[in-house]
Design a protein around this ligand. Sequence first.
Ligand code: TMP
Length: 215
Amino acid sequence: MAGLLITFEGGEGGGKTTQINRLAASLNARGHKVITTREPGGTPEGDKIRELLVRREGGDWTAEAEVMLIYAARVMNVERVIKPALAKGKIVLCDRFVDSTTAYQGYGHGLDLQWLRKVQDLVLGNFSPDLTFILDLDPEMGIGRTRRREAADALHVHQAEDRYENLDLSFHQKLRTGYQAIAQAEPGRCILIDASQDAGAVEKAIIKYVDDRLA
Ligand code: TMP
């Protein structure tokens, strides 16, 4: 049986991590084989690249250089983690994938969308997620959620990863517009989910879409 690649996308504070964990638990409980991964990251090499990208002390990369770093991490994740799991018939849940690059580096930082598409085609060919959930949220609400999470987080893990989160509100609004455009352009793959609902309602909607796809 061929596996299934499901990606989770959206701006900050949309609840991707919670939803990935809940979906993984639901699928596992029903006997599916599930793995979770994230981008940038997913492999030890990719995690090193993540450090360069998400921490302010990681360096002052241009947007194009960021794309190269992101794709170096991505190709490792795809070849070493995602494709082998799919070949074993597993369901792969990936926290961010190509749509993050389109939204953040394209719509957010203003890189040419066709150039980004060329890089994607060159590196990944026609490899694509089967299903993508875009957790759509008013950026003011999302940033508020992120700040509250950081305040409650005794380990301050997220505070260290604040380079993108600290960009101004207009940047986050561009991201939202970008994600909405992506969802509109690829309705067969992308599902825009209203992430202002409570986590239980979002979880229910996601599980229903996944079950329909697995049926
Ligand atoms: P997060 O997924 O934990 O929110 O953090 C990852 C950060 O990296 C997030 O701010 C978005 C950013 N990012 C990009 O800018 N482009 C990408 O292609 C990916 C995968 C992530």
